[in-house]
Write a protein that binds this ligand. Sequence first.
Ligand code: FAD
Ligand code: SF4
Length: 600
Amino acid sequence: MPFITASTLAPDYDVIVVGSGAGGGQTAYTLCMEGARVLMLEAGRTYRPEIETPMFQTPEEAPLRGAGTPDKAWDFYDATVDGGWELAGEPYVQGSPGAGGDFRWWRARMMGGRTNHWGRVSLRAGPYDFKPYSRDGLGFDWPIGYEDVAPYYDKVERLIGVYGTSEGLENTPDSPPGCLLPPPAALVSDLLIRQRAQRVGVPVIPGHRAVLTRPLDWKNSPGILHPGNLAAQRIIAADMQRRAACLWATPCGRGCSIRANYQSTTVHLPPALITGRLDILTDAMVSQVVMGSSGRASGVRFFDKRAGTEHQARGRVVVLAASACETVRILLNSTSASFPNGLANSSGKVGRYLMDSVGSSLGGQVPLLEGLPPQNEDGASGDAVYAPWWMYREQHAGRLDFARGYHIEISGGRRMPGVDTMKGTEWLTGGSYGRRFKADARRFYGSFVHFYGRGEMIPNEHSYCDIDPRVKDRMGIPVLRFHWRWSDHETRQAAHMQKTFADIIDALGGRTQNPAPADGAKAISTGGSIIHEVGGAIMGADSRTSVTNSWGQTWDVKNLFITDGAVFASNADKNPTLTIMALAWRSADHILAALRRREL
Ligand SMILES: Cc1cc2nc3c(=O)[nH]c(=O)nc-3n(C[C@H](O)[C@H](O)[C@H](O)COP(=O)(O)OP(=O)(O)OC[C@H]3O[C@@H](n4cnc5c(N)ncnc54)[C@H](O)[C@@H]3O)c2cc1C
Ligand code: SF4
């Protein structure tokens, strides 16, 4: 019985997985497909993409013509049915309000978590990214290298479907043949940017996104994903055939009812449920890990949000994948006489080294793109092309004033116009209205390009979260308090981004409304606002300075694992989610082997 209630919980499970997003979805998938009985506890509601996804609605059918609201930050049709920058009754606290130290926290409370909306940019971290300290003496090395994670990147790409190319570039790993799907056609604006960016030394190559440009290889991939397991191969082969290729017409952020892009709800959970080994309990907010005898976790305590009652679930292994900060919150709230400072916290590092991506952006208007013949450019609804970090050599030679790189995400083209399509264009139109404004709209529509930098942040002692001593959420669970500070490396990197974007816009013959800011402290995003938050329970080789070992297994509690971004020891410029999934698969394999040997 896959969807259960608190009253129909089985007395015991092999593994309890907390959270159903990228980390929880991947963990549950691997465990169930390979024979473990899993309970997934999810704080949000059930979500059924096949009937709830508003793929084909047009803006005029929505209130405010689909414009964003505090409830729905991106737009009315966004896939996130419950979540956002603020959650009713679930506050968090700024440790040093103002002072540039604010942290923004975007949470989803629904089955599949943030994977229902996410941008689907899926980049592998490279060999340098796992050993950053060895390269420049800053931050920490991971206890594993690229070669340990590469086989899992291969598997995740084959399973979820990622388009892109292998270009042989430095620290931008190639995928083995058969892993990637072909990229979609680039838009006119992409082609122009590729040509002109080259003039200022920036390479632009096909993007990598978790979208099916063609059906998955259901004949060959199942045997590679689940060697020797015919039952799992049959399930995933059949499920892969139920996923259609992209029809290039609808915004991915609304979700995809034809399952052409990756959401945990459309990719990980359906086959895991088919195994019959997965029980999912939604509206179940886990507050604590419960400890049993001999230093082992016996299960978790959770709050049934529908009934308003508290319960416990029991399992041989507990896996936390509630998203990096929520996982930290559960650990810090799991206090007892033996663990007065929170669970798995003998190092004092739980909550420490919180990281986000460095973000900075600039848009421009390009006369060369004005007045092109109208055509449907809805396209890939995200990066068809991007620029990987290209200055490794200069940086290593000390010719840049900051450490670590960034990549550039690129947008342009003529997507379905929305209510804000011509918003803020008075600097071009002179504030025209009526017929003149219509003519201006036709002229300028599709002539805008945007560049978004996503850069590496180095972990620092000032960016962390702890439990606020006073504030509790509506379920009575103490909430997180955030402390944040960018270092000069990040602000200088943001300044470099702005200069690069301005150079590219210049090379395009374009113009910007205002000059690109030269001060990185002004150009950099607020902490957390890029929604790539990781760290807080970092992995390491030494139990005195880290929370988990290389398998995401906490040093202090042998049967407690973490499979979300909390374990990241650094936050490469590559968006984190593909790595979260690769590490989750790796941890799940480790758990399965240990369960078979009865070591857990
Ligand atoms: C607008 C946006 C765009 C993004 N774009 C990209 C991108 O292009 N590329 C990329 O790599 N990443 C992107 N991300 C980030 C990406 O979504 C996250 O990295 C990823 O979803 C993290 O997976 P997770 O499993 O750790 O957390 P989530 O996906 O957030 O899932 C965690 C789940 O745990 C549940 N939960 C939380 N607390 C509890 C509790 N106490 N008990 C039970 N359940 C709990 C939550 O309800 C949620 O469902 C984007 C995110 C957003 C919001
Ligand atoms: S663009 Fe493609 S993948 Fe994205 S929602 Fe539409 S059909 Fe699905």
